[in-house]
Design a protein around this ligand. Structure first.
Ligand SMILES: Cc1ncc(COP(=O)(O)O)c(C=O)c1O
Length: 353
């Protein structure tokens, strides 16, 4: 799963007593993994407002092992200064890990913008049809673990694997695939010990998804912009969070990083709050009420009572989740069908309050 990929990406290089610095507008599951599960194992996740790279820098100390954020925040649609955060990371010789689940290539190639390691939930746009749960860790292969001087688990003999030195064995020789040291550590250590292995059938389904990813990604992004504009102009809607809209505070950055569009997950605040939100979700006919995102089908959900329900109200607000927020993952159906479904559900929601 994506959650396992995130855990492995962190745990491969972080031990008790150490920390990571992360943006605070994260997918709810990641927020909980960092703030509860990692803490139980003595790893401190330091949450900072990811809007400014300086906030990451302030939280770094000699025990910081990685910086972390998401390419586009879920569900707030924020687009961080990825290149600025990468610059901070590299100045401190720390790798920068980004969850690129919501903008997989061709929407965004994080490695062109300073990111060292990308993590993915394959369950989303890469699989594309909600048929399988999977995750991936991808290493650009350029981070010099040896020069960084603090990643002994990669650069010193590993007692859990016949004393192998991952850096010497996989990382620094001519002809090795870049990134092999860190990924070998994940495969030969964490995957072996913890067992989040993808079944062959699920792997095959993901490969099927990959074949159509470039086409679907473009269709998702084009439909998402139309839906965002439609909602933005709708009298039953208070506000829309989609960085593809000119009014979004991160619009200029989104245009630079995501020329095809910043993915297809957007949040909107319906007039009438919780009650109207509930009625909207019950009223959609084409869209499905599902917790997944980036399926080929349009999906809607109420984050405060589902994906982010484990967060306290204060944590929810920090993560951008207000009581009346609805998240929509725009699918690749014909745009007229999507808009007419949203129109009738918004009308029903308005009638309910
Ligand atoms: C941005 C992001 N990362 C990670 C995950 C977790 O992925 P999975 O459901 O495959 O564990 C999700 C799931 O919604 C997500 O939206």
């Amino acid at each position: 799963s994506g959650m396992a990929a995130i855990f492995y990406a962190v745990a491969a290089i972080t031990s008790a007593g150490q920390n990571l610095v992360t943006g605070d507008k994260l997918y709810g599951g990641t927020y909980t993994q960092f703030s509860h599960t990692l803490r139980r194992f003595g790893i401190d996740a330091r949450f900072v407002d990811s809007g400014d790279p300086a906030n990451f820098e302030r939280a770094i100390d000699e025990n910081t092992r990685l910086l972390y954020t998401e390419s586009v925040g879920n569900p707030k649609g924020n687009v961080d200064d990825i290149e600025g955060i990468a610059e901070v990371a590299h100045r401190h010789r720390i790798p920068f890990v980004v969850d690129n689940t919501v903008t997989p290539p061709p929407l965004f190639n994080p490695f062109e913008h300073g990111v060292d390691i990308a993590v993915y939930s394959l369950t989303k746009m890469i699989g594309g049809h909600g048929t399988s749960i999977g995750g991936a860790v991808v290493d650009k292969g350029c981070f010099d673990w040896k020069a960084a001087g603090r990643y002994a688990e990669l650069t010193e003999p590993d007692p859990s694997y016949h004393g192998v030195n991952f850096w010497e064995t996989f990382g620094s020789r001519e002809g090795m695939v870049p990134g092999s040291a860190y990924l070998a550590k994940i495969r030969l250590g964490l995957l072996r010990d913890l067992g989040a292995a993808l079944s062959p059938f699920n792997s095959w389904l993901f490969l099927q998804g990959l074949e159509t990813l470039p086409l679907r990604a473009r269709a998702h992004a084009a439909n998402a912009l139309s839906v965002a504009r439609f909602l933005d102009a709708h009298p039953a809607v208070d506000s829309v969070d989609y960085a593809g809209l000119t009014g979004h505070p991160d619009h200029a950055r989104a245009q630079r990083y995501f020329p095809l569009g910043p993915g297809a997950v957007l949040g909107f605040e319906i007039k009438g709050g919780l009650e109207a939100g509930k009625r909207f979700i019950e009223s959609v006919k084409l869209a499905s009420h599902v917790a997944n995102i980036l399926d080929a089908k349009t999906l809607v959900i109420h984050p405060a009572s589902t994906t982010h329900q484990q967060l306290t109200p204060v944590e929810q607000l920090k993560a951008g989740v207000t009581p009346g927020l609805i998240r929509i993952s725009v699918g690749i159906e014909h745009i007229d069908d999507i808009l007419s479904d949203l129109e009738q559900a918004l009308r029903a929601a308005r009638a309910a309050v």
